[in-house]
Ligand binder design. Structure first.
Ligand code: ATP
Length: 253
């Protein structure tokens, strides 16, 4: 089974904490080769929904399908091998290692390279070649031999994204990719996400609505754990219920 047009599907996904339903009967279809954003006011259930979709939390009920295969009970590590990779902000970057070394480690993880592999000169060359390609793709050439700890915050996030791309994901899940970024870095990250999304699918949670408007093909708006609206940015931003949900959120702050 391939899942057809939709690479990732949630069916009636729910998550309760005690008696409280943080996510309630959410249906979501992520179309292949699109950028899909989950948005909504504070407490809408975005993070919980994202954690369910990325397999970091078990749903109370409902199903998740990846390429048509039921992954509701599949472990995150197995899901990664199936081509769905979650980006972990900067926590997966090794600060004492150089940019190049960080990418070599990520590639090694992808290939599951054995000791014997490392004795093969051509295999080593191919890892180095791919690491260099990734460094060029994300624009970190000038920092190739610098320790990751010396990178700016935006640089660390860029390296982290490169280590995620090293796993060659079919679908990439990004948790607030612009969080904590300076405005100059936001433009670079938007360009980068657009570039790495070529031939891939991206599902992201993002608070910055300018970024969401700029990048997303489809937006799902959550409120009180349920889908409030779905469509292009133009469609959802003109939806009166969405406007009310966001204005209510502003009033609360
Ligand atoms: N582990 C938990 N235990 C109890 N309640 C939780 C837990 N995680 C989330 N919640 C509650 O579920 C609701 C949805 O939370 P969630 O973090 O998914 O929302 P969100 O849309 O990501 O919000 P934000 O934009 O503020 O990050 C909130 O009311 C939150 O308090």
């Amino acid at each position: 089974m391939t899942g057809g047009e939709n690479i990732l599907v949630a069916e009636k996904l729910s998550k309760s904490f005690g008696g409280f339903k943080a996510v309630s009967d959410v249906d979501l279809k992520v179309r292949r080769h699109t950028i899909h954003a989950l948005i909504g006011p504070n407490g809408a259930g975005k993070t919980t929904c994202f954690n369910l979709m990325t397999k970091f939390m078990q749903p109370t009920s409902g199903r998740i399908l990846l390429n048509g295969e039921d992954i509701t009970r599949t472990k995150p590590s197995a899901v990664t091998r199936m081509g769905m990779v979650r980006s972990f902000q900067i926590s997966s970057v090794f600060p004492g290692m150089t940019v190049l070394e960080n990418l070599r480690v990520a590639l090694q993880r992808k290939l599951g390279i054995s000791y014997h592999f490392w004795r093969s000169r051509s295999a080593l060359d191919s890892v180095n070649e791919r690491a260099n390609e990734l460094i060029a793709e994300v624009g970190l050439e000038a920092f190739k031999h610098r320790p990751a700890s010396e990178l700016s915050y935006g640089g660390k996030r860029t390296l982290e994204l490169a280590t995620t791309i090293a796993l060659d994901p079919e679908i990439l899940l990004l948790d607030e990719p612009m969080a904590g970024m300076a405005s100059g870095d936001i433009h670079k990250m938007v360009d980068l996400i657009r570039r790495v999304s070529q031939g891939r699918t991206v599902l992201m949670v993002e608070h910055n609505l300018n970024v969401v408007a700029d990048l997303s093909d489809t937006i799902t708006v959550l409120q009180l754990g349920q889908v409030l609206a779905e469509g292009s940015y133009r469609e959802v931003s003109q939806n009166p219920e969405v406007i009310t949900a966001y204005m209510g959120d502003e009033d609360d702050e």
